[in-house]
Design a protein around this ligand. Structure first.
Ligand code: PEP
Ligand code: MN
Length: 339
């Protein structure tokens, strides 16, 4: 439920409305605009009629939030959420797109450092790399586990890049939190509700990938679950979805999801052209399309020798292609900047 205060309402009146909502056992989100304050009541609002809030002093009007996700909804929180990683990496709002780059899987220290150095030199701010890999077959490379986290930590210290790595099992949460700046929830775990609940209790930024066949509502409800437990630092990540046509691409890149999320939610949204296409030569065109569509960042798989990568080689850029792409993205960002 959204409670819109009169432009001339006093702080005392706002406080009273907030207290009233809390007394009824609901949470609030406060949006103090230039003109008026908007209070979102989150909880079992269906138990109450809008009249019960409309009669409070200073209240102009009360509306129900129509979407199933409330905390993630732009109705509840009009301004963009900016997720800050480390001291000055900012996802969301009017900040320029943040580039995340790195191998699909952490393979060894030397290889990871080489990639991290190129990523940094090209202006990436975050190093990606899976230590715990979700693999369809049981005999595929499943990552180096804790050793992979340690390699990421060395690369982080040497380059100053922030780190994002995937978590698959809530039992690893404490360990992974000690090594990473952002927790990645992979597409296959977007509906691992126990994992989402546990991540919600931390204050680590979360990169929440869209499930392989998740609707936008389901994806936002996954974000809602994390937010409901207290963690509001969520970066949505579109990575392509399953459709009937997988002959030429691994997934179908849903570029429209970027502006859709920006309209429905205040959370930042980034794009993963590597998993969305599955083909290295489609990564650049789709990365550029996503930036034009308003993505707050890109997460790109990079490896010195993609043909030798232990996972996702076919969709991975080599250094030269990555350098070229970043140059093109930089040019695009300049063109897109407000005049
Ligand atoms: C990955 O980022 O390497 C990965 C496994 O991604 P997704 O969960 O999108 O498939
Ligand atoms: Mn991958």
């Amino acid at each position: 439920m959204i409670i819109i205060m009169e432009p001339e309402s006093t702080q005392e009146q706002v406080d009273k409305v907030v207290k009233h909502i809390h007394d009824l056992g609901m949470k609030t989100i406060l949006n103090k605009g230039v003109v008026q304050t908007v209070i979102a009541a989150i909880g079992e609002t269906s138990k109450y009629s809008t009249d019960q809030f409309e009669i409070l002093e200073g209240v102009r009007t009360v509306q129900r939030i129509q979407v199933p996700f409330k905390l993630a909804s732009r109705d509840a929180h009009h301004l963009d959420t900016v997720v800050t990683v480390g001291k000055n990496i900012k996802f969301g709002g009017d900040n320029p797109p943040v580039i995340i780059a790195g191998p699909c899987s952490v393979e060894n220290q030397e290889n990871l450092l080489a990639i991290a150095n190129v990523a940094k030199e090209c202006g990436a701010k975050v190093l990606r790399g899976g230590a715990f890999k979700p693999r369809t077959g049981p005999r595929a490379f499943e990552g180096l586990g804790k050793l992979g986290l340690e390699f990421l930590d060395v690369a982080r210290k040497e380059t100053g890049l922030a780190v994002v790595t995937e978590i698959m099992d809530a039992r690893d949460l404490e360990m992974i939190c000690n090594f990473t700046d952002i927790l990645q929830v992979g597409a296959r775990n977007m509906q691992n509700f126990t994992l989402l609940n546990e991540i919600g209790k931390t204050n680590k930024p979360v990169l929440l990938k869209r499930g392989l066949a998740a609707t936008i509502d389901e994806w936002l409800l996954a974000a809602e679950r994390i937010m409901d437990k207290g963690n509001t630092q969520i970066i949505m990540c579109e990575r392509g979805i399953r459709t009937f046509d997988n002959k030429y691409t691994r997934n179908t890149a849903d570029i429209a999801a970027i502006p859709v999320i920006k309209r429905l939610s205040h959370l930042p949204v980034i794009f993963d052209p590597s998993h969305a296409t599955g083909k290295w030569n489609l990564v650049a065109p789709l990365a550029k399309a996503a930036v034009v569509a308003g993505a707050h960042g890109l997460i790109i798989e990079v490896h010195p020798e993609p043909e030798k990568a232990l996972s996702d080689g076919p969709q991975t850029l080599n250094f030269e292609n990555f350098r070229n792409l970043v140059k093109e993205i930089d040019r695009l960002i300049k063109v897109l900047a407000p005049a």
